[in-house]
Design a protein around this ligand. Structure first.
Ligand code: GTR
Length: 467
């Protein structure tokens, strides 16, 4: 039995900014120097709901974003040091208070039994095949009797594994169990609770789920570029339904299982983000893993989670948010697509209870999602959208990335470096990158090369392509 308690490493992320308020009007972005960022109410803005969302850019109300550079005394950071010492901790606390709930503490992570290691041949890329090493393990999360467990699946390029070389890793939570991420029949089937979906019977995954989401996890293609790929099921940390709390990791961390919850009580997104950090604890014990190059990736609700995980844990070297939408990268003040009212009514368990109070009152929120986006700074951040995913508000995701830029600037780094919305399929930016893909809400093979390109450019990686 290997016992691993990995203490948080000190910041590679040293977030920071300059004094700017950002006003965003109907998709145009105007920089306003030195403003306190007073919200402007617009009584005429119609509330949107799930049946009738606003998809009309002309009907997006005018608003002013809170100045993310500000600390508790209202003074805006003018240096990376001031950002790190005062404004970043304050803004991070605000995100905990108003959106995601308190950050959960680390626990000792223990391998249950042995790590299973297998040499496998994967089909792809294209007509080719790729030799891989597959690791699978169960991790026990904490010391308590009620400690949760999760199953982790990790693929490594075979040659690198044989040479005992460490490789950069993309780590991503999944929606339907590790077996749904690949057609590899050796992957363990999850036994955890699952939402009803294709191949799920009585809330348990069946063989019919194998490979169902493989399009979102292009193992052969990324291994052939020299990356490892790791994943775990989000439901191991919080079953994704409104009554999932008693069966989540939260009680084992001393949080209330039910009843009246404090306004800043963490929910599913906080639990999922915590889970990503525990998987990282284990990855960092493996010689095959380059611990300076673990990149957290997430799609949709798990894209929201990837952003929060990166905010909470500076060990993630880079963050990728794919179509994370409302409560993720998209600005809440923009009444376009999903709104705070809709998301907190449909998914009350995702956020802290206080977020719900801002349904229809988004203009009064002391933070907006650019605050979350800025938490990745000065590390590289990729924000990806899809043109047909209007529910997630692609433009709102882009504008949020624009508005977070001043923090990277405090470090002398260029974030997006543009305020012009790019044409479909084109990746723009430097330390913050963005593309809007053609098509619908999904994470597809064509998105991944953009992420890998950024990792190579901005983390200075030179992964050895597999032969
Ligand atoms: C939707 C939700 C989005 C997004 C998506 C997903 O129903 O409204 O915020 O999270 O689910 O996770 O697929």
């Amino acid at each position: 039995m290997l016992r691993e308690h990995v203490a948080d490493k000190q910041s590679r992320a040293n977030p920071c900014w300059r004094q700017v308020g950002v006003a965003l009007v109907a998709g145009a972005c105007v920089l306003v120097t030195g403003g306190r960022g007073t919200p402007m109410m617009d009584a005429a803005a119609a509330p949107t709901d799930v049946a009738d969302p606003n998809y009309d850019e002309a009907a997006v109300r005018a608003f002013t974003l809170p100045n993310i550079l500000e600390g508790p005394d209202g003074v805006a950071a003018k240096s990376a040091t001031a950002w790190e010492q005062t404004s970043r901790p304050y803004q991070f606390r605000q995100l905990q208070r108003f959106v995601y709930g308190q950050v959960l503490p680390p626990v000792p992570v223990t391998v249950v039994g042995e790590v299973e290691r297998a040499e496998v041949i994967l089909s792809g890329p294209g007509d080719a095949t790729t030799a891989a090493v597959r690791l699978q393990t169960r991790l026990r999360l904490g010391d308590r009797k009620d400690a949760a467990e999760t199953a982790v699946l990790c693929y490594l390029p075979a040659e690198a594994a044989a040479a005992q070389a460490s490789v950069p890793i993309f780590l991503k939570l999944n929606f339907a169990g590790n077996q749904a991420e690949t057609t590899d029949e050796g992957v363990w089937m999850t036994t955890s609770w699952m939402r009803d979906r294709k191949g799920v019977v009585a809330h348990r995954a069946t063989e019919a789920t194998r490979g169902l989401n493989a399009r979102r996890f292009p193992v052969a293609e990324m291994l052939s570029r020299g990356y490892g790929m790791a994943t775990a099921y989000c439901g191991d940390f919080f079953p994704d339904h409104a009554d999932g709390r008693p069966d989540s990791v939260l009680p084992s961390l001393g949080r209330p299982a039910e009843g009246e919850l404090p306004p800043d009580e963490p929910g599913a997104i906080a639990a999922w983000a915590w889970g990503l950090s525990r998987v990282l604890d284990w990855l960092n014990t493996r010689p095959e893993v380059d611990e300076d190059a673990v990149i957290v990736v997430g799609h949709s609700r798990l894209g929201k989670t990837a952003l929060w995980a990166g905010a909470c844990d500076p060990r993630f070297a880079m963050v990728v948010s794919n179509e994370s939408g409302c409560g993720g990268a998209a600005l809440s003040r923009r009444n376009y697509g999903e709104t705070v009212g809709v998301i907190t009514a449909r998914f009350p368990h995702w956020f802290c209870p206080r977020f719900r109070e801002y349904a229809g009152r988004e203009l009064e929120l002391p933070v907006d999602q650019h605050t979350l986006v800025a938490m990745t700074a000065p590390r590289p951040l990729y924000v990806a959208s899809a043109e047909g995913d209007r529910w997630a508000d692609p433009r709102g995701e882009f504008l949020s990335a624009v508005a977070a830029g001043p923090v990277w600037r405090l470090y002398g780094r260029v974030g997006l470096g543009t305020r012009a919305y790019p044409e479909v399929g084109r990746s723009v930016g430097e330390y913050v990158r963005y593309h809007v893909r053609a098509g619908r809400h999904d994470l597809l093979l064509e998105d991944w090369p953009h992420f890998a390109d950024m990792a190579e450019d901005m983390l200075g990686l030179t992964p050895e392509p597999a032969r």
